[in-house]
Design a protein around this ligand. Sequence first.
Ligand code: NAD
Length: 335
Amino acid sequence: MKVAVFSTKPYDRKFFQSKNEQFGHELHFFEPRLTQETVSLAKGFPAACVFVNDRLDAETIKILAESGTKLIALRCAGFNNVDLEAAHQHGCTVLRVPAYSPYAVAEHTVALILALNRKIHRAYARVREGNLALDGLLGFDLHGQTVGIVGTGKIGAVVAKAMHGFGCPTLAHDVQKNPDCVNLGVRYVDLPELFAESDIITLHCPLIPQTHHLINRQALSQMKEGVMLINTSRGALIDTRAVIDGLKSGKLGYLGLDVYEEEENLFFEDLSRQVIQDDVFARLVTFPNVIITGHQAFFTRNALETIAETTLDNISKFESDQSCENEVTVENIKK
Ligand code: NAD
């Protein structure tokens, strides 16, 4: 099938070209993100392959469909950037990669927790400057600290297991209990209790209207003084301005982010020779107790191989009219 691949980076091209030897699709790689301004690149392509920051709003989908695209093949799990109602209305099928490596994201989450606690980012810079003093690098034992996990699906469950391994009592909040977590001894509680009892809070639920700004001023007010907050899920789970105030007051002791609510104009690009125009982001990076990575939690070779394979297999199934369990519709996300 002829596929317009948007937001292509060298690593996407490498993994997709290699896996495509067994699928034989006609892949055309485009560097720009898919937006209303760039949608004309997809003209005449029956399939568009997109990533997390491509913007598939109603107007873009309408233009896509009018110019012959019938399949939107997401090469990611999240689909918050796709207007599913519009896709349905214009007869576009949406397929995704629901799971590729929960370990990649869970391990990055643990890396952020460990680095923030033991201030690895600061120690690295200090040692390179010949400063081997320890003052200011004091951490705490993870053992015995209570970890609160919001969303215990595939990724949250791996995080729960890892934190259990460190000897951390674990609380969770989810709309449904994961039996693996229950067996591990995870205690499911409501959100206020999770906020009030946790020393470390980590977010692994999807971004949907019910979870938008889940971490806001009110939520922060219920948390322990000096709490650690980690978000490797989606940026808009957090009200960033409220979190900045929490950092300034000391309520938040540590913040680890792999995602940011306004990331689409920043992430995945080398902006080192430019002046960053996003003042909220610029303020965030000034805090010594904040570590931000640019949506790299998924970025392991194992994950990229699985992403390429599942995406290309989804496209093959669509092309041969086979049903695909990876379809996303308004109905099946409500289930
Ligand atoms: P999953 O679907 O397996 O798990 C999500 C869990 O969230 C489910 O258990 C679900 O019941 C729960 N949930 C739904 N609504 C909730 C609510 N209102 N409150 C609490 N919990 C709720 O998904 P996953 O594979 O574990 O991925 C989790 C998230 O991680 C994805 O939504 C995606 O946004 C993000 N993600 C980020 C990266 C990255 O590179 N940073 C990569 C992959 C996924």
